[in-house]
Design a protein around this ligand. Structure first.
Ligand SMILES: NC(=O)c1ccc[n+]([C@@H]2O[C@H](COP(=O)([O-])OP(=O)(O)OC[C@H]3O[C@@H](n4cnc5c(N)ncnc54)[C@H](O)[C@@H]3O)[C@@H](O)[C@H]2O)c1
Length: 349
């Protein structure tokens, strides 16, 4: 005997991403702003001048990737239970990608899912982490291994927040922007080459183009069964670098920057990219003080660490290899000899 549950619901989960000065927002429900001590000191007063609600709470977590864990998630959930939040209540993520991912995850599990809004405050979170509904936390097995796809109701990107962002954090965001241009948009890449991204008007336009690029990809493949994986360009190599350096030496975007250079070297070996194109990508990264070199001590162990990547299986490694500038391939058919040759080259540097 079988009982069938017909669950083919088509639900519209589309949402708007506003790139402008933060508007006044009022919510007729209980709301909690989730932030950290750094962002709160710098910008909470401004946010509170813009946001009102039937009941407004603020949950302030400790700042840092090391706090992107179950304890912080419990802190958010407990504050909601203590204040009798119900299924109509809402969270606002106010911070960088760490806060955004955790707030999204907490809202995906609180009473089986409530709404949340993203107000990202780092460049990386404005162009990447706040868009697309990937939420989660780290555990002892690795980064972002626990989580859910849970789309926000809206994203408000106010470039004003970037005025207080440390230089290195700004660069880390640029790396993710370059990633999107190289993989999907040649015109955008040329625009990035020709403009000064420190200019406030230019960066607003760049954020818009990056977000549009990511939105197009997410709209085609929300749950990363295919094309969305291309946004991991530079990450396969980058994750190994982060792992080898124990997440202490490089910001995520910086490791991705080196990872993109390594992926480009692989593309050259596979005749998918010219030396000149790879040089242009490297020059753009260096223009924003991003690292492009890394000394690999043990190529074999570096290769083995690829297997920890979420995209890879026990028997094959998935690589995101650019095809020139503006196109990309997702493949688990890169010959080990080709990759080792690239890794050995970095070993000599
Ligand atoms: N969900 C996704 O699709 C996605 C995509 C990319 C990255 N991520 C995640 O995002 C995280 C990285 O995000 P991040 O780079 O924003 O790091 P982060 O959230 O740690 O922020 C970086 C630092 O900048 C501070 N900060 C934030 N806004 C500031 C401001 N306006 N002025 C001064 N300082 C400010 C933060 O407090 C922190 O110290 C990682 O955990 C990564 O896994 C998620």
């Amino acid at each position: 005997m079988k009982v069938n549950i017909p669950l083919k619901k088509v639900v519209d989960t589309s949402y708007d991403i506003t790139i402008d000065t933060l508007p006044k927002l009022h919510f007729d429900t209980k709301v909690a702003i989730v932030t950290n001590d750094t962002v709160s000191t710098l910008h909470l007063e401004y946010l509170l001048s813009k946001v009102s609600a039937k009941e407004l709470h603020v949950i302030t977590l400790k700042d840092g990737e090391q706090y992107k864990n179950q304890e912080s998630i419990d802190e958010i959930l407990n504050a909601m239970f203590d204040n009798r939040f119900n299924r109509k209540s809402m969270l606002i993520a106010f911070g960088g990608g760490v806060i955004g991912d955790m707030t999204g995850y907490a809202s995906s599990i609180y009473q089986r899912g409530i709404d949340f809004i993203q107000i990202p405050t780092t460049l990386l979170s404005q162009v990447d982490a706040s868009v697309g509904g990937k939420t989660g936390m780290n555990n002892k097995y690795g980064k972002n291994l626990v989580g859910a796809f849970h789309q926000p109701k809206a994203v408000y990107i106010d470039p004003f927040f970037l005025t207080t962002l440390p230089k290195r954090e700004f660069g880390a965001g640029i790396a993710e922007i370059v990633k999107m241009a190289v993989t999907f948009n040649k015109d955008f890449f040329e625009y990035l080459e020709n403009e000064d991204l420190h200019n406030a008007e230019i960066i607003q336009d760049v954020i818009k183009q990056a977000v549009q690029t990511k939105a197009n990809v997410v709209a085609q493949d929300e749950k990363e069964h295919g094309i969305r994986a291309a946004l991991n360009y530079g990450h396969t190599f980058g994750h190994v670098i982060e792992n080898e350096t124990k997440y202490k030496e490089y910001l995520h975007g910086e490791a991705v920057s080196i990872g993109m250079v390594m992926a480009n070297e692989t593309a050259i070996k596979m005749n998918l990219m010219t030396e000149k194109e790879a040089f242009r990508v490297k020059a753009l990264l260096q223009k924003y003080n991003l690292p492009t070199d890394y000394k690999i001590k043990d190529s074999k162990s570096f290769y083995e660490t690829f297997y920890l990547d979420k995209k890879s299986s026990d028997s094959s490694i998935t690589f995101i290899i650019p095809i020139g500038v503006g196109d990309v391939s997702i493949t688990d058919k890169v010959d080990i000899g080709t990759v080792m040759c690239v890794l050995n080259k970095f070993g000599d540097s």
